[in-house]
Design a protein around this ligand. Structure first.
Ligand code: F0G
Length: 458
């Protein structure tokens, strides 16, 4: 297996603080066993997210100086718009300050109470935004995508039979749009194949339903298509992206991922009516249509980032670095989700800490151990994030997977950092019996994992 070395060198560095085991023990207790509540300066390796944590290039930093901060008609907007159109191909480009605002704006004009929005797997903000509008968010990924041991090149694929059954069950008039998340973050950063995208597009369009991509990690998805799908080996990432988006009617995008920036996003659409309604709402809640909650310089950085992310040397290194971490963990016998996805390695908490029952948040317990033992911050993608109480029966529905995501920021950490992470987790695995379950002492009604407080169960 190939792990290409970094296709960049380092011009600016940022000091990292190391903390003692005792200090971390105190900090995690004070944080209510929730790593979102720990000051970032007290983290050694921060794998909480790959979102908004990228290192920008010298070219992007130079672009910031060319920011045109005019309220209306900034030149950076036109560069941004032209770049988005040239890659994604959609007609109307609406900037937002991050991805979830694009989701909120889109659903505000398309989704009404009682509607149904299928996706391969909704990301947490997408699900919350669908539900906030009174609609049902359904996950329809292939069954293999939910099995942490199944080796399949495109575990993010939509299950076309499930999707067609859903359309027939609820009726196309109750399904304002179907989404496809590329890559499928909540299912392990797994890609969707071009064939599956094409077939999903054919199916939904047959029923007159638009297809909208959640395009956060589109370039990583395109790299997997090039690597794994017959017929794409000799195509450029740009060509693959253009074909992929040609099957859809629009996308929501968090540029904080494959835009290689620290803030920004957009909604891109072909439907003029939707675009007009969204734009009117944008003015109310985000800003004028040529900046949408961003500074001119941010738009410039996104335009440059979107071009850089298509670079195959970058993508080969990026996907290779994440894969390398996964291989080291596998060699140490640590249970991970396979195959390794594009932006993160996912620890399989059910197998890592089998002594902790699901109602005691095994993945969160493991997240706490990674911080306490090694100063590594990861994120729980399990019961704390997804378990839901049935509003009628009060019964709790648990997610199938209990994962701890080690998301790798883009262009930020070196290979030596990855070795530190792998060795630390291997050590924790050796004494996994000592890890304790947790119970909630405070939770918010939506997206509770961000602010919840917990305590250890003895
Ligand atoms: N869709 C997906 C697939 C995402 O992964 C995210 C964010 C969003 C939408 C929302 O974008 O944060 O810019 O509002 N994911 C981050 C993560 C937070 O850590 O995976 P946003």
């Amino acid at each position: 297996m190939e792990f290409p070395s970094e296709p960049f060198k380092i011009k600016v560095v940022e000091r990292l603080q190391k903390t003692s085991r005792e200090e971390r023990d105190r900090l995690i207790r004070e944080a209510g066993y929730n790593v979102f509540r720990i000051p970032a300066e007290k983290i050694y390796i921060d794998l909480l997210t790959d979102s908004g944590t990228s290192a920008m290039s010298d070219n992007q930093w130079a672009g910031l100086m060319l920011g045109d901060e005019s309220y209306a008609g900034s030149r950076n907007f036109f560069h941004f718009e032209e770049t988005v159109r040239s890659i994604f191909g959609f007609q109307y480009v609406i900037p937002t300050h991050q991805g979830r605002v694009a989701e909120n704006l889109l659903f505000s004009v398309t989704v009404k109470k009682g509607d149904v929005v299928p996706n391969n797997i909704h990301f947490d903000t997408t699900r919350a935004n669908v539900e906030y509008h009174g609609a049902l968010a359904l996950d329809q990924v292939i069954d293999k995508g939910l099995d942490p041991h199944e080796i399949h090149p495109f575990k993010g694929n939509m299950d076309l039979d499930k999707l067609e059954r859903t359309i027939k069950e609820y009726g196309p008039e109750r399904i304002p749009l179907v989404m496809l998340t590329i890559t499928n973050n909540s299912g392990g950063g797994q890609p969707v194949s071009m064939e599956n995208i094409r077939k999903t597009s054919e199916l939904v369009h047959r029923y007159g339903i638009p297809l909208i991509f959640d395009a956060c990690r589109f370039a990583e998805n395109c790299y997997f298509i090039k690597e794994r799908e017959p017929g794409y080996q000799n195509k450029s990432i740009l060509e693959i992206a253009r074909e992929l988006f040609s099957y859809g009617d629009g996308c929501t995008m968090s540029a904080k991922k494959d835009g290689l920036v620290n803030i920004g996003g957009f909604l891109a659409l072909n439907n003029r009516d939707w675009a007009e309604k969204v734009t009117n709402l944008l003015i109310l809640v985000e800003g004028f249509p040529t900046y949408g909650g961003l500074a001119g310089r941010d738009l410039e950085a996104i335009a440059r980032g979107l071009k850089e992310v298509l670079d195959e040397d970058y993508l080969a290194f990026r996907i290779g670095q994440v894969r390398y971490l996964g291989e080291m963990l596998k060699d140490a016998g640590v249970p991970i989700l396979e195959p390794v996805g594009g932006h993160a390695v996912y620890l399989n908490a059910r197998e890592f800490v089998p002594h902790i029952p699901q109602e005691q948040f095994p993945a969160q317990a493991l997240t706490v151990a990674l911080y306490r033992e090694a100063g590594i911050r990861a994120v729980e993608i399990g019961s704390l994030m997804f378990a839901q109480k049935d509003p009628e029966t009060g019964e709790v529905r648990y997610p199938k997977l209990e994962l701890v995501r080690l998301a790798i920021p883009r262009r930020v950490y070196t290979t030596q950092h990855m070795i530190y992470v792998a060795e630390s987790i291997a050590k924790i695995y050796q004494k996994r019996d000592e890890i304790k379950g947790l119970r909630i002492v405070y939770e918010a009604p939506y997206l509770r994992h961000f602010t919840a407080k917990l305590e250890e169960v003895d």
